[in-house]
Design a protein around this ligand. Structure first.
Ligand code: MG
Length: 380
């Protein structure tokens, strides 16, 4: 089963103003993704998603040129070997960085899809997991900066849909963040888990101001208060109170997670399967976190492929945390790309992995053709 072709397809859709959300990284104006298609000589086709890295055309080009050449003719079932080849030939020397890790992630996911097809199993079974419930929280591009009453309405609606946990966007002015978090806590009562995400924009002073108030509102984690390389700030803020810190969606490969775990400042890790090096690398990160008694909550990218894969992954590791359910009001990449919904919430606020072969999805080529790349920024 040799690799005969590797192709990336960057896709986009515009976000109309009525669906736009404001958060620490800006206001959403479009969504992007890079789909990666790997084909074998005997006709198997696997799909993966590489995160767009805010430059989807560039990530796609990296797959189509350099990485493709490294993989043509290789045994498609030797996922570890393919990973190591890309790492050794691309990441470890000239090309070490986020773009290469994202591109590799999409390829790795496509190869796992092919492996699953080769034994006609759902991915979770191939990974050694079982069909078990996975806790979900309401996340994605939602619950953003908005008037407090409007945010309370959105949060209340999500809880009425069955969510037992949700994630609010903070990183606005500290006073506004505290007001929103306390209003949502007051509206939802004690039983719903509230998580908050600053998308890297807090200063140490901001964190010092908000963390006692978040603790009072029983916030379960403060996600990415600072940029991922700001290790000193993470270590300092971890002593500001009892609110747990979370990070990982902008950490790449097990090597950056090794440092993150050794620093001891975070209590939750959030590798994104489409960013950190694919399923292969996320499994290594989960094992490392498990040894530190830290749960893994994969960050969710844009499409049903990443979402379904994340649930399979969570059903197969021994330290599963939450699945980040994308509750973005408009996301055709979630709803229409794969021919099936990537998740369904049960009455306990949990999801289960899909039962079909591989991810349990059928990528719709017509849908892809209707969503060509839109150049320009996705947040403004
Ligand atoms: Mg985040």
């Amino acid at each position: 089963m040799r690799v005969s072709d590797v192709r990336a397809v960057p896709v986009s859709f515009p976000v109309p103003p009525e669906h736009s959300v404001r958060l620490g990284i800006g206001r959403s104006v479009k969504r992007d993704a890079v789909l990666v298609r790997v084909e074998t000589h005997d006709g198997h086709v696997g799909w993966g998603e590489a995160h767009h890295g805010r430059a989807p055309g560039a990530i796609a080009r990296l797959v189509d040129t350099t990485l493709r050449e490294l993989l043509l003719g290789r045994d498609a079932l030797d996922v570890t070997g393919a990973w190591q080849t890309v790492y050794r030939m691309q990441l470890a020397s000239h090309g070490m960085g986020a773009a290469a890790a994202m591109a590799l992630s999409g390829i790795d996911m496509a190869l796992w899809d092919i492996r699953a097809q080769a034994c006609a199993w759902p991915l979770y079974r191939l990974l050694g997991g079982g069909s078990r419930p996975v806790k979900a929280y309401a996340g994605g591009i939602a619950l953003g900066w908005q008037p407090t009453a409007q945010l309370v309405d959105e949060a209340t609606r999500l809880v009425s849909q069955g969510f037992r946990a949700l994630k609010l966007r903070v990183g606005d002015r500290p006073g506004r963040d505290v007001e929103r978090v306390h209003a949502v806590r007051a509206a939802l009562g004690a039983d719903v888990e509230i998580l908050v995400d600053a998308n890297t924009v807090y200063t140490l002073d901001d964190a010092r101001r908000v963390m006692p108030a978040f603790e009072e509102a029983r916030v379960a984690w403060l996600e990415e208060p600072f940029a991922p390389n700001d290790r000193h700030a993470y270590r300092t803020a971890s002593r500001f109170g009892r609110v747990a810190l979370a990070a990982g969606e902008n950490h790449y490969t097990r090597f950056e997670f090794a440092t993150l775990l050794e620093d001891g400042a975070v209590s939750h890790v959030q590798p994104d399967l489409s960013k950190t090096g694919g399923i292969t690398e996320a499994l290594r990160i989960a094992a490392m976190a498990s040894a530190h008694k830290i749960p893994v909550h994969p960050h969710t990218s844009a499409t049903a492929l990443n979402m379904a894969a994340s649930i399979h992954f969570l059903a197969a590791v021994d330290n599963p945390g939450y699945f980040e359910a994308d509750v973005t009001t408009l996301n055709p990449f979630r709803d229409l790309l794969g021919g099936a919904a990537p998740y369904a919430l049960d009455e306990d606020g949990c999801v289960r992995p899909l039962e079909g072969i591989g991810y349990g999805l059928e990528v719709d080529m017509d849908f892809i053709a209707r969503h060509p790349l839109i150049e320009g920024p996705c947040y403004v």
